[in-house]
Design a binder for this molecule. Sequence first.
Ligand code: GLY
Length: 377
Amino acid sequence: MIMRNRTVRVELGARSYAIIIGEGLTARLAECLPFSLAGRAAFILTDDNAGRYHAQALKEALMSVGAASVETLALPPGEKTKSFPYLEQTLSWLLGHRIDRQSVLFTLGGGVIGDLGGLAAALAMRGIPFVQVPTTLLAQVDSSVGGKTGINTSQGKNLVGAFYQPVAVLCSLDMLKTLPRREILAGYAEVVKYGLLGDLEFFEWLEAKGRDVCALEPESLGHAVETSCRMKADIVARDEREQEVRALLNLGHTFGHALEAAAEFDGRLLHGEAVAIGTALAFRLSVRRGHCPPEVADRVEAHFRAMNLPVDIRDIQPRLTVGADELLALMEHDKKAEQGRLVFILVNGIGQAFVARDVLLEDVRAVLQQSMGMNRK
Ligand code: GLY
């Protein structure tokens, strides 16, 4: 049975676009795009993993709707690709094919390809249209939506980038079938994030249906992706450039980004896994500061554990060699820090996140040490 499409609009005036969620969307490309591709040059930026499974089908679909030409560039998979050398390679590839502002870039892959390709689209000719075709659960529910593009530098994650919106996001759920289980679970951590930050009912639904979502059962998966995208679209429409409410989407990310940097992006910690640990730590910090009762943090951890996601720093294998103070120093470099102060998203309960700018370093250090298995109280 072919599932009906679900459409979520991101309302940003002249830059509004649709997130289309369904199955087999590449085969129905013409219905999904806001303009005709006839006579336009199309470019597919992908990585070796996603490209192997999906690039040929996307290329054929683009040709069948009349694209004048289709070029494909497949980069190595992994976070290290989100960097200056690959940004330069991507721009050289686009410019070498003599793009113009009618050319359209399709980013076919996970968050790395979407973020890198989105930034290349923003920069090439001062901006060419791009379409996100996310192939991971994490990208479908988070990184492909909302126009954050960027690369990492030696100073930290996503420190070079631009807010640049796609013209459409095509979440083809069938593409998730080729993903390793670990990637699905990592993406699921970002789905849980939406419930935790603003929707208790959705979190309760995930407690009941999380296994079906991760087993890619079509109705549950479609509901989870749609609910996540709907919440993100609403937040982005209210605060595109993260001056206020969009910061709530960073629940778990101040801790998570530091953990990823400490793991040196070497593959032992996926972004979503770092978010799961970071979210558990954000709940623990909230408990320590008296914002929420410990049973709430226990409940969140129990759900992550039930879904085989890590919740403690000591769950990372091989273990991190850095201590709490090095992690604190990494957090101070993160762009979520403001004027030298750490900014955390904390919670008054499930679905009740808020921005905290007055967190004491001692409290953060204690939470980190406890999660590392030191100083257990
Ligand atoms: N991933 C957080 C945001 O898009 O704001």
